[in-house]
Design a protein around this ligand. Structure first.
Ligand code: ADP
Ligand code: MG
Length: 589
């Protein structure tokens, strides 16, 4: 998906810098600091920029990493290299504990929660006796390999930047995977991802852990670089600064974290060294100027400076075409006896005083296209949400394949073979059509996050993409396969959602207004596709306002009005039903 050579060039450049004759040692120190901040910012990119979870508390995880190695190496004489896994583990475990509490918060509460833990942990660091209270811990041993002691900034430089490059590659690999696509879908809300089986709380916790482990790594390096730790660099102010770095660099991009670290660290340094000279030592002004400059930068490049840089760089290589001969194994599911696929019995949903769905009963049988019609606000979308577990019914029952669902989470419903599209399109706009559609096959892939980081998921991935490409071709969007989904017309985006649903290998397809925004020819193609799916053994339940389309296509029609089922029958019977004409067709015709 991405070109490797710019990274190699960058790595070669960074490796060469310490060998440049007369490079000021101070520059090396600056680069060391940039690398340390970049590691933390990279985690924030994943957490905030990609996953949409804003954290002001990352500095605390740096503290966990730093203090863990400080204690182990000074009080217990453990080698720094053995302390490394401990530092990462302590940060990771802290992230699990804090994450379990925090990821369930939403809106403003999440960032507030992270501020709270940031303040709390800072207080803890500065009060605990064995962490040296405010004085911290000193005389931390340097990193060493054999006789080489990484005492000076020029040698630990390599440790820091190798960590940066390795972390960046692992993070990029993770993002470009089954798990990564699930993470990238989080920012657009949970509903679409969960409809295809993504366990969103688990995905969020995973990014929390990933970000915390990167911060812990930074802390471990920091402790052996400074050879002393105290609470100050792990406080709330540092937490804010890390978030700044990620946002300035471009919170959606891994390399944006590195660039942001470079910009912020250099800017701070320049202002601290030169501003007092210009202003004759008027204290603290640099913080104000720093703030103004950062705000100006964000005005210039609202999506981060990296996005600007990317637009100057030559276009990146397209992903190679999926090999469509690869096959995913069909979904395992309970034996299907050929009875009723979906049965609603007196399903009811009330929102306060509004009865959105009023004791509605109907069934969908195998190989059948059923249309659910009715005026706006009749309760059609709410019915879909009840079936798919997005909403819980107030009363009544819903069964899929004879199995009664009791408040099932959406992830369970899709496992039974029910896949859906949304009236308000829910795609990830900056992800390609192919990647969006591949989310539909989430349950049919198996690779976990660790396998993805180390690129052990390639066969699994190739199969997922092959399946996605096949479905994209089937719905007629092969030409748009590599385009960002957000660049397609709304009608085409609805079709992308159908391809995504087909990737789940469903028995029952729920389509909420699939033909809205399509031109006449496109509607005919869609109708032909749905017939073909039915003849292949699938059932379709669709909501649609285009009566020509519905009456031509449906085997049976269910009519809702004010949440109540007023009629059910063949298209011909419905067209002449007086009550339907009064409530709906009269107005629609
Ligand atoms: P349709 O899809 O048939 O146009 P909906 O199912 O979207 O209708 O809505 C049915 C009724 O339920 C409407 O009166 C709508 O305002 C109400 N409704 C839908 N969702 C909610 C909600 N989350 N909270 C409160 N009322 C809702
Ligand atoms: Mg609707």
């Amino acid at each position: 998906m991405r070109e490797r050579w710019p990274v190699l060039v960058f790595a070669a450049l960074m490796a060469a810098i310490p060998f440049v004759p007369d490079v000021p040692p101070f520059w090396i120190v600056l680069l060391d600091n940039i690398g340390l901040s970049a590691l933390v910012a990279m985690g924030l990119v994943l957490l905030t920029g990609v996953g949409g979870l804003t954290s002001f508390g990352q500095a605390a995880f740096v503290g966990f990493g730093a203090y863990t190695t400080a204690v182990l190496t000074t009080a217990y004489g453990v080698s720094p290299w053995l302390a490394l896994p401990a530092s990462l583990a302590v940060s990771g475990i802290a992230a699990i504990l804090l994450g379990l509490v925090t990821v369930r918060l939403s809106g403003h509460y999440l960032p507030l929660g992270t501020i709270a833990w940031g303040l709390g942990l800072f207080y803890l660091f500065s009060k605990l006796e064995f962490l040296g209270r405010n004085d911290g811990i000193s005389a931390i041993p340097p990193l060493s390999i054999g006789a080489l002691k990484m005492l000076d900034p020029g040698t630990i430089y390599y440790a820091i930047w190798i960590a940066v490059f390795v972390s960046a590659l692992l993070t990029l690999n993770l993002l470009d995977s089954r798990t990564g696509r699930a993470i990238r879908a989080l920012r657009r809300g949970h509903i679409a991802a969960e409809a295809f089986g993504v366990q969103t709380p688990r995905a969020k916790l995973l990014v929390f852990i990933h970000a915390a482990v990167l911060a812990g790594l930074s802390g471990w390096l920091y402790a052996h670089f400074q050879r002393a730790v105290n609470p100050t660099p792990f406080g709330a102010q540092a937490g804010i600064e890390y978030l700044f770095i990620a946002v300035v660099g471009g919170a959606g991009y891994v390399w944006g974290g590195v660039l942001g670290a470079a910009i912020v660290v250099v800017l701070k340094e320049v202002l601290q060294s030169y501003l007092p000279l210009l202003l004759h030592g008027e204290g603290q002004l640099e913080i104000i100027v720093f703030g103004i400059l950062l705000v100006a930068l964000l005005q210039l490049a609202p999506t981060g400076v990296w996005a600007l840089v990317m637009s100057w760089l030559p276009v990146k290589a397209a992903r190679k075409r999926p090999d469509v001969s690869l096959k995913l194994s069909p979904r395992e599911r309970a034996p299907h006896e050929g009875g009723v696929l979906l049965q609603l019995e007196k399903a009811r949903k009330q929102f306060g005083g509004v009865v959105a769905v009023n004791d509605v009963s109907f069934a969908v049988r195998p190989r059948e296209i059923v249309a659910l019609i009715g005026p706006n606000g009749a309760g059609k979308s709410t019915t879909f949400n009840l079936i798919t577990g997005v909403l819980t019914a107030t009363s009544g029952s819903i069964s899929v394949l004879g199995k009664r669902l009791r408040n099932p989470p959406p992830q369970e419903v899709v496992k039974l073979g029910v896949a859906r599209t949304f009236q308000h399109v829910k795609l990830v706009p900056d992800m390609s059509v192919l990647e969006n559609v591949a989310i539909g096959a989430h349950l049919r892939g198996h690779a976990g996050p660790l396998a993805s980081m180390f690129r052990l998921d390639r066969t699994d991935e190739a199969k997922l993409f092959a399946e996605a490409a096949r479905q994209i071709e089937r719905v007629g969007l092969a030409e748009q396969i590599d385009q960002p989904a957000g660049s397609l017309s709304l009608g085409q985006q609805r079709i992308v959602e159908i391809a995504r649903a087909l990737c789940a290998d469903p028995l029952l397809l729920l389509l909420d207004e699939p033909a809205a925004g399509l031109r006449h020819m496109e509607k005919q193609r869609l109708a032909a596709l749905l017939r073909q799916l039915r003849d292949g053994g699938m059932s379709v339940l669709l909501v649609e306002h285009d009566m020509g389309f519905v009456m031509d296509l449906a085997d049976r029609v269910v009519v809702l009005d004010f949440g109540t089922k007023i009629a059910e029958g063949t298209p011909d019977a419905i067209k002449t039903n007086p009550e339907v004409i009064r409530a709906y067709l009269g107005a629609a015709a």
